[in-house]
Design a protein around this ligand. Sequence first.
Ligand code: ZN
Length: 397
Amino acid sequence: MNRLRQASLLSVVAAVLLSVTCAHPSLAADRRGSRPAQAGFSLRPPFNGTYRLTALFDHRYPNYALDGEITAYTGESVPNGSPHYYQGHSGVDWSMPVGTRILAAADGVVEVAYRTRNPDGADGPYGVIVVLRHSNNYRTLYAHLLTHTVQVGSFVSAGQVIGLSGNTGRSSGPHLHFGVYLGPCWDETRKRIYELNATDPFGWRGSYPDPLLAKPGGPRHMASCLWRSYDEDSVSCADTIVEDGGQGFSAAMEWRISDRGHGSHMHYHTITTTNKVTATWLATTTLGGAYKVYAFIPSRLATARQATYRILTANGWVQRTVNQQEHSDVWVPLGTYWLQPRQALVTLSANTGEPPASQRWVAADAIKFRSYLVFIPIITCCDGSSDLTEEANRPEP
Ligand SMILES: [Zn+2]
């Protein structure tokens, strides 16, 4: 499509969207064809469904050294001891029950599949691991597994089961540690991971050079977001996530805090009748345009039946009510909207309109804004049975 036509189409789309106030939560569509971050190589999530993300990658020396600083892929400097991050963490962690099927994130060849041991014979820190070798010199690591179901040397396709998640090695609870490496991953002689080759599949969004570029002894690269970003994937390059307790989040009045939620963090409050107990999520790094907005509903302490989220759209405020009790550790779509630049804003009140009950809780966890650049709704009606299709593309660099 030529630039002029695209520009005029976008303005038509904008006008259509602005005139439609009944944006429907079922706008989900196929995002296949989204531009992979790096030509020839992209990753699917290493599991089906959604699990709680518990730790991200530390861009400042991802080698577990205690240098006192953690840098998130957003460029934020994260306080030491934050529950969202580990010092020097070289991968991404998702909490999941032991026995969850773990899938190859891309086509590849099995390089390592066994219970790792230190040179002294003790269990290695990563427990049972699988390492896959992919194109473009990438490797993926799946650690703390209960068991692997593939053999060294065999070829696996993206999405193939390679093992079951576990809690082996140095692990504080059942979870998957997923690592991506640019270059070799496993040093068979020294029985250890080449942590200096670690990269972040979420890429780098900081406004200054990625600290990985200055990593002594490492491949000195800038991380690119590698997720293939299909619409049905729970992890994507198109996402901007505002964690409760993170930058952009604010809570009015006394909310309680638990480590159960997305990013090992959630706020919760009893249902009240005052409007003063509110939570607010604001992303100021987003461009203007169409976004699908999601709320993460944790599996515990989320029992409000009428949690009402308010979303600030280019056309004013829109409300979506969610029965939190019906959802368990999933991203619940709140609809797709045209948002103003640097003003992706959602609020939630603990006044849900339900009868106050001491054991009923409103949960405020992460909010996710998933961007669409080209968005073509074909709207036939607005009664909830709308037949909507859309075409989505990643923004051009
Ligand atoms: Zn980990």
